[in-house]
Write a protein that binds this ligand. Structure first.
Ligand code: TYD
Ligand code: MG
Length: 390
């Protein structure tokens, strides 16, 4: 049986909802919004017929309550809040309340008093999670654990318990952007291809099923042409998301030029730079090249090659793509532009978000046009770069 929250973007990554007796680990950097997501989730599970016990090991019950009020989640009758760090007491409360869902925020702050190690240590985390897995399996309670992923390594990383749990979700995003992405990195009950997309607002997380690209698209309109920035419809699981790929080139040192990417595959970046050098005569060997996907969504689909290549070429030549123009296509080592799958879905989503023109691989052109966009077919990168103007 699945326990759905009714929050579509969350249920989607879980494969339809929480599975009874399963253990889910939600990892993410401090401040990214894990507590916000799970408190909203807790209220939604509660309003959909599951009793929920929300255990806060980091905040007082009062703090949780005031946050719940802010999120409009304070009036759920079936939502119980407990502030405790002692695992034995938490389990005892769970036995009394008999929830369908128990959230532990965070797993790193709870402890078993019979273990001679502090909260947050590897030993405590392992033993506490193992006990909670046992509780979930024995009682049928779905347990959701929060794990902080810290770069400093002051707390034992949640990675060390990933093998113990059924589902591992990552909560990602750039703290300075409003978009947040929930991604399954392990799921015993479903695909790991799906994404849940949210936007952080003043009153909590808002579902953003339209995708992470929308803000970027809207931003584009006002800002005018932006060299080095290209929008690309990528497919993730069952959905298509528009992302903005950006590049910047700057004078570097021959033999020691930097190639840095964020949210993009760095091998792919290196390959595309080499292709531009070899087949478009663009001299980049002594240029630093920086590339990123805007909004924190990690882009790995080879179909994004053409957009990244145009972003680099555009940045280098200070030329931008025409307004409302997206690009899609895989680029081969010979500079050829290869067809992509799901062209209809990509065109439909781009058109829906206001894009009127799209650079597509020539073999995809007819279908793209038929789906309803001004499609420009290209066979190789030279034809694609022409769109940047001279
Ligand atoms: P939080 O859920 O506490 O993060 P985590 O549990 O992952 O550490 O949320 C962190 C940030 O989110 C915090 O800086 C404030 C912001 N926020 C909002 O913008 N709107 C809101 O409604 C809430 C509750 C938080
Ligand atoms: Mg928190």
């Amino acid at each position: 049986m699945r326990i759905a929250s009714g929050i579509g973007e969350l249920d989607r990554v879980l494969g339809g909802g929480l599975v009874e007796g399963s253990v889910v680990l939600l990892g993410g950097e401090p401040g990214i919004g894990k507590s916000t997501l799970l408190l909203q989730g807790a209220a939604s599970w509660a309003s959909h017929g599951a009793r929920v016990l929300y255990v806060s090991s980091e905040e007082s019950a009062e703090q949780v309550r005031s946050r719940a009020e802010r999120l409009g989640a304070a009036d759920e009758k079936e939502l119980y809040v407990l502030a405790d760090t002692n695992l034995a007491r938490i389990v005892e409360q769970a036995r009394r309340i008999v929830p369908g869902v128990m959230v532990i925020d965070s797993a790193q702050m709870i402890y078993k008093s019979d273990i001679p190690a502090g909260p947050g240590s590897v030993t405590q985390l392992r033993r506490c999670v193992a006990d909670l897995v046992y509780l979930a399996k024995a009682s049928g309670i779905a347990v959701v654990l929060v794990g902080h992923v810290t770069k400093e390594g002051t707390l034992a990383g949640p990675r060390i318990v990933e093998h113990l749990v059924d589902v591992v979700l990552n909560f990602e995003g750039d703290r300075y952007h409003a978009h947040r992405i929930v991604r399954a990195v392990k799921n015993r009950y479903g695909t790991t291809m799906e994404l849940g997309i949210f936007e952080m607002t003043g009153s909590g997380l808002r579902e953003a099923p339209e995708g992470a690209g929308v803000a970027a698209v809207q931003g584009n309109e006002g800002a005018g042409p932006r060299p080095g920035s290209v929008v690309c419809p990528i497919v993730q699981g069952s959905r298509c998301v528009l992302v903005e790929v950006q590049a910047l080139t700057a004078t570097g040192f021959l033999g020691a030029a930097k190639r840095k990417s964020s949210g993009l595959d760095s091998n792919r970046l290196a390959m595309l730079i080499a292709v531009l050098e070899q087949h478009a005569g663009m001299r980049l060997a002594d240029m630093d090249v920086f590339a990123s996907s805007v909004g924190g969504l990690r882009v790995v689909e080879p179909a994004s090659d053409l957009a990244l290549l145009l972003a680099i070429a555009g940045a280098h030549r200070r030329r931008s793509t025409p307004p409302r123009t997206a690009a899609i296509g895989e680029v081969g080592l010979g500079g050829e532009v290869r067809p992509v799958t799901q062209i209809e879905q990509r065109v439909r989503e781009s058109a829906r978000l206001g894009y009127t023109r799209m650079l597509v691989p020539e073999p995809n052109r007819a279908q793209a046009t038929a789906t309803g966009i001004d499609a420009i077919g290209v066979r190789n990168i030279d034809q694609a770069i022409e769109i940047l103007g001279s």
